[in-house]
Unconditional design. Structure first.
Length: 242
């Protein structure tokens, strides 16, 4: 039934179609209503799918109730029962990949963390550059009273060490990076369907330091010939539970 409803809804729309994909749990309940207020009223043509992966179904039921009269919101039960949060995140991100590879009506998938507050014009801003396979926004976070950018994804071989300068001047508007966190990243679905065996996983480096699933995934895409772009003009707030 769900597949038919989605297909019927998109038949008359000729604009690029976006799936906004979110993974959440009761751990982000502190900002859930504010996030929904943003995500449900973004500009553009999109569906919002949320994979809720708390150990109990309480928060899942709350989300279903909150969005029950919003036809472009799809609430699904995510996967649980993993020993680590990292493994659970990987499994749920792979559910997103499975969904967009199955549903052919979407041209893009926007992976959005559930504690990220995007600008309402986020989707139209990204879609101005239709030729780019992967686009990421700048996500700000406040730590110890200081506003900082989550820029652990800058690497010297591409960013040339100019991250601070670019964030202050916003020039150039777009830069290539090695890899990106998935706070707010737009992917072309054709690219994800092309690399059917590419999934999310965690790993460690030579010094046994952890490398999260978002960095391994975007780095793998770059190694397969897809540039990873950071849009210095598009900003998101990142709200943490203090």
């Amino acid at each position: 039934m769900e597949n038919k409803l989605v297909e019927e809804r998109w038949k008359t729309i000729k604009q690029p179609k976006v799936l906004v994909a979110v993974i959440t749990s009761e751990g982000n309940f502190h900002c859930q209503n504010s996030f929904l207020g943003r995500a449900l009223f973004l500009h553009g043509y999109y569906d919002l799918i949320i994979f809720e992966n708390s150990d109990t179904q309480d928060n899942y039921k709350k989300l279903k109730y909150t969005t029950h009269n919003m036809p472009h919101a799809i609430i699904k039960r995510g996967v649980t029962g993993f020993d680590t949060i990292g493994d659970k995140i990987c499994a749920n991100r792979n559910l997103v990949l499975k969904y967009v590879r199955k549903h052919k009506e979407y041209d893009y998938v926007l992976m959005l963390d559930s504690d990220i507050f995007p600008p309402f014009e986020l989707i139209p801003n990204f879609l101005k550059r239709k030729k780019l396979d992967v686009q990421s926004a700048v996500c700000w976070i406040e730590l110890l009273g200081q506003k900082q950018a989550a820029w652990n994804f800058f690497k010297d071989d591409i960013a040339n060490g100019n991250a601070s300068k670019w964030l202050s001047t916003r020039e150039p508007k777009m830069i290539k990076i090695c890899e990106s966190g998935l706070g707010c990243v737009l992917f072309k679905t054709d690219m994800l369907k092309k690399h059917k065996k590419l999934n999310f996983y965690n790993r460690t480096d030579k010094k046994n330091a952890p490398i999260n699933e978002d960095l391994t995934f975007t780095n793998n895409l770059r190694e397969k010939g897809h540039d990873i772009w950071l849009d210095l003009q598009t900003e998101c707030a990142h709200i943490i539970n203090k």
